[in-house]
Design a protein around this ligand. Structure first.
Ligand SMILES: C[S@@+](CC[C@H](N)C(=O)[O-])C[C@H]1O[C@@H](n2cnc3c(N)ncnc32)[C@H](O)[C@@H]1O
Length: 252
């Protein structure tokens, strides 16, 4: 998976239009929010689309710039804010190992389009919630299990396995954050549909942002041909995305 992101790093910002739009929407939610003292981090930051949007909209972050955490050095290196006058701190880190010790009692843990890549998204989310200070914020965007409907339907019709990445259920993520004592301030389950000429273009779009990898075995050439022959033209790449802004009780 890391290799998939590394290979496509140079094209990420120009191709990741959905990720860009979601980052701006999350950042607008945070404008004017109070920020307690404590570490601030963008988890799975990649080239920093979310951090850049947050710094643009959330003035309180000017004094506490987010630590950029990612396991892909070539994506981290693309963040233009790393070479600016006051560069953002960054850390090469595998989020499957939990969070680094310096993120205890965090004021903000933000993450966009990264949690679903982890081996166990629900338990990692629980541990992120546990790291928040009283009054600390969780800001999250994550594709969820209702995504890629057309791909799944086409695979079923073609009688081949659907090799899309298995995505977490939105309800399970919301339940996990509530069980760890977080109160949602804003949440939305959004549906986006990207029009594509055909099924191959859908898969190429995922590959272009480094997200074309899956944990399942590759399809054989014969299975690919069957899958493509069932995919309607034009096609659509559909996403279900959970957006969540939640806070740990300030009085705990
Ligand atoms: C689709 S990109 C999203 C990047 C950025 N948050 C954005 O919104 O544009 C997914 C990011 O998650 C990172 N990632 C995936 N698995 C990871 C892991 N186990 N540890 C750290 N980062 C990971 C990838 O390297 C990549 O930068």
């Amino acid at each position: 998976m890391r290799a998939g992101f590394a290979r496509q790093a140079a094209h990420y910002d120009s191709q990741a239009r959905l990720q860009q739009a979601v980052a701006w929407r999350l950042a607008r939610w945070c404008r004017d929010l109070p920020l307690t003292a404590g570490p601030v981090a963008d988890l799975g930051s990649g080239s920093g689309l979310l951090s850049r949007a947050l710094l643009r909209h959330w003035s309180a972050l000017a004094d506490q710039p987010p630590l950029q955490l990612d396991h892909c050095p070539s994506l981290l290196a693309l963040n233009p804010l790393l070479v600016s006058a006051a560069p953002l701190p960054q850390r090469l880190w595998d989020l499957n190992d939990g969070l680094p010790i310096e993120l205890a009692q965090a004021a903000l843990l933000a993450s966009s389009f990264a949690l679903h890549w982890l081996d166990d998204p629900v338990s990692q989310l629980e541990s992120w919630c546990d790291r928040l200070a009283p009054g600390g914020w969780l800001l999250l965007a994550v594709p969820t299990a209702g995504s890629f409907c057309q791909w799944r339907q086409v695979a079923a019709a073609a009688a081949v396995p659907c090799t899309a990445l298995a995505l977490p259920e939105a309800a399970a993520l919301l339940a996990a954050s509530a069980a760890r004592g977080l109160r949602p301030q804003r949440q939305a389950l959004l549906r986006f549909s990207q029009a594509m000429p055909d099924g191959l273009a859908c898969l190429r779009q995922l590959k272009a942002i480094g997200a074309g990898t899956s944990r399942q075995p590759r399809l054989s050439p014969g299975q690919w041909r069957r899958l493509r022959s069932h995919w309607p033209s034009p096609a659509c790449l559909d996403w279900e995305i959970l957006l969540l802004l939640a806070q740990r009780d300030p009085c705990v």
